[in-house]
Write a protein that binds this ligand. Sequence first.
Ligand code: KG4
Ligand code: ZN
Length: 365
Amino acid sequence: MVKSFDMKKRILAIETSCDETAASLVQAEENKEDWQIEILSNIVASQIDIHRKYGGVFPELASRAHLETLIPVLEQSLPTARIENTEYRIKKNPLNSKFSTLNSVTAIAVTQGPGLIGSLLMGVETANILSKLFKKPLVAVNHLEGHIYSAFADQEKFSIPKKGIFPILALVVSGGHTSLVLMKEHLKYEVIGQSIDDAAGEAFDKIAKILSLGYPGGPVIEELAKKGNQNAIDFPVAMPKSLDFSFSGLKTAVLYKTKNPATGKKLKFKPADLAASFQKAVVDALILKTQNAIEKYQPKTIILSGGVSANGYLRDRFQKEIAARQILIPPKNLSTDNAVGIAIAGALKSSSFNLGKADPNLKLG
Ligand code: KG4
Ligand code: ZN
């Protein structure tokens, strides 16, 4: 049977929760057993160069950069050539002609939160305007569910089964979150563990700052750690029995290897050994807590996602040490912030459209 175009949804997604301006167009076909998804575009404009000199994200500059970058990023995310067979022309186009391809879109998905309020507002307001202008429904997506659904996108075309994969246990490790999330069905989330202080990515960023390695810390620490001895310093895992995480004690322990806490006097240390031992300590904690959660909840599928999941050392150890039938980890470019995951979650959600206001403290629910 030839399937008509109408059975396919096209979701345009916008993600601006922190310091990446991202847009993506995906096509999703819902079948009885699964969703067949195709990524039509994935555009990410990074603001790293803007924030580097501040050693972290400067919120006001982030919102301004989103404002400048959003329209060009959206333009690039609308590949006219890929949708030339569809009826998309409108007579008086108020925007650049590329935007007329928005007429072929089923819905617009946008990250509603959590994140920086100024950054979120840029994406949400832009989505709002496009939705009104082109009369398209809007779907609000939580940034963390975007990270979780990115893990299914192992290639340009992929499928997401409706059943047989639950419960899913997702470990989301990013600059803002370290969360263990249990899913008994699609789009339903229960946070069963999280960091009580710093997020894992934040710890990488802070250690990089202590070692004067620049921003963002994750990739530079990973590189430096390759030259070091991970057993040089033994940093213990905090709260080993719990499903919650704590990284601020580790951060202080690393700091006190570089200077005497009482006198402030600089101490001699090998940066590569410190980086490797720190990275091992973070990964030990991530793996141990995931194993605790597996024991308790017996998930069928494990997801590892979020910016820190771009870390090769974590990916390798996770694959080797986590016993599960199925482990999903996004490709590295979809580990860090992107709009593909937002578009995928948006496609699955798009039977129940709803739009909330930008919410910097949005909970996963
Ligand atoms: O998910 P993400 O792009 O943004 C947030 O939602 O926060 O995560 C960014 C975080 C940063 O803290 C960054 O240092 C960390 O992910 N990160 C890494 C690596 N690449 C990015 N951490 C460890 N190793 C990496 N290779
Ligand atoms: Zn993120």
